[in-house]
Design a protein around this ligand. Structure first.
Ligand code: KG4
Ligand code: ZN
Length: 335
């Protein structure tokens, strides 16, 4: 079965084709980063308009790459939430229309489930059950995963997501958008232990996170420093170390609480090299990640999640649809 995946929840148009027998056949991505950089963040209306421009050409590009026709597609999976409502509606409307026209099933995919399953696209994928750490620009989640669709939320951020804290701290330090990877790069020039940042919510029980205080701590430290380039790099490193250490402490706690020994990490921040080094050094556990290009938003994870949910699907029965800007993972059910 060949599943076309459409991702348009934020500032990346991602298209991919996943074959349940051959694996990932083709994928393409258009990032809107350059367009939003001018504004220092994502402008939702511009994002929606650009998804309209890019989705169909990228679908054609992926089909050409795969040497297939539209009629060779057996199902269309599209991101229905969570995300920016206008952006979601573009992928949703195109996905549903295409499925309707081809008389094939349309599958509404939860974006965070896409991230959660993305490490399974790799050779040597993890076995269920596992603990998943999802770290993106909009979410920081710890989830106990028994199987596809069997998700128990263990903890989440009560304020900023970790990626958001990276982005806001980077912006405050005057770094380019999108700040997360730029801050991570600058941290490589930092001198360790120049500043000691707190590890929020680690000295009390529970698996929730809070990252907004860390961002404020970085802001105050910068304000009180001599504001040299070296100070900037030292603060970037201290912030990153504190964020990573906090994530690692909670992961260890989640694994202990669930008696599991497999950790699966995904979402934009899972590309962070220092995070990978820290988590992979944890004794007696196995850690899995997506390849770097599938850490951030992409169509492959949506096509794959669609394939995982495609068994027993009926034809798309009605032409109505909706997008869900908010859609908690634990509302999903098994396929
Ligand atoms: O998963 P994603 O592409 O989009 C959402 O679903 O939100 O995640 C984007 C987030 C941004 O906050 C970005 O700054 C962060 O991931 N990010 C990083 C790195 N690469 C991307 N944060 C820290 N270090 C990185 N290397
Ligand atoms: Zn994402």
């Amino acid at each position: 079965m060949r599943v076309l995946g459409i991702e348009s929840s934020c500032d990346e148009t991602g298209i991919a084709l996943y074959d349940t027998e051959k694996g990932l056949v083709a994928h393409a991505l258009f990032s809107q980063v350059a367009m939003h950089a001018e504004y220092g963040g994502v402008v939702p209306e511009l994002a929606s308009r650009d998804h309209i421009r890019k989705t169909l050409p990228l679908i054609d590009q992926v089909l050409t790459q795969a040497q297939l026709q539209r009629t060779d597609i057996d199902a269309v999976a599209y991101t229905a939430g969570p995300g920016l409502v206008g952006a979601l509606l573009v992928g949703t409307a195109i996905g549903r229309s295409l499925a309707w026209a081809l008389d094939i099933p349309a599958i509404a995919i939860n974006h965070m489930e896409g991230h959660l399953l993305s490490p399974l696209l790799e050779d040597n994928p993890p076995d269920f059950p596992f603990v998943s750490l999802l770290v993106s620009g909009g979410h920081t989640l710890l989830v106990e995963v028994q199987a596809v669709g069997q998700y128990k939320l263990l903890g989440e951020s009560i304020d900023d997501a970790v990626g958001e804290a990276f982005d806001k701290t980077a912006k405050m330090l005057g770094l380019d958008y999108p700040g997360g990877p730029v801050l991570a790069k600058l941290a490589e020039q930092g001198i360790a232990d120049k500043y000691e940042f707190p590890r929020p919510m680690t000295n009390r029980p529970g698996l929730d996170f809070s990252f907004s205080g860390l961002k404020t701590f970085a802001m105050n430290t910068w304000r009180d420093s001599s504001q040299t380039e070296q100070d900037k790099a030292n603060i970037a490193l201290a912030f990153q170390t504190a964020a990573i250490e906090t994530l690692a402490i909670k992961c260890k706690r989640a694994l202990k609480q669930t008696s599991l020994s497999t950790l699966v990490v995904a979402g934009g921040v899972s590309a962070n090299k220092a995070l990978r080094t820290r988590l992979s050094a944890m004794p007696t556990i196995n850690v899995y990640y997506p390849r770097p290009e599938f850490c951030s938003d992409n169509g492959a994870m949506i096509a794959f999640a669609g394939a995982m949910r495609s068994a027993g699907l009926e034809q798309a029965e009605k032409p109505s649809f909706s997008a869900r800007p908010r859609w908690p993972l634990d509302e999903l059910s098994p396929p």
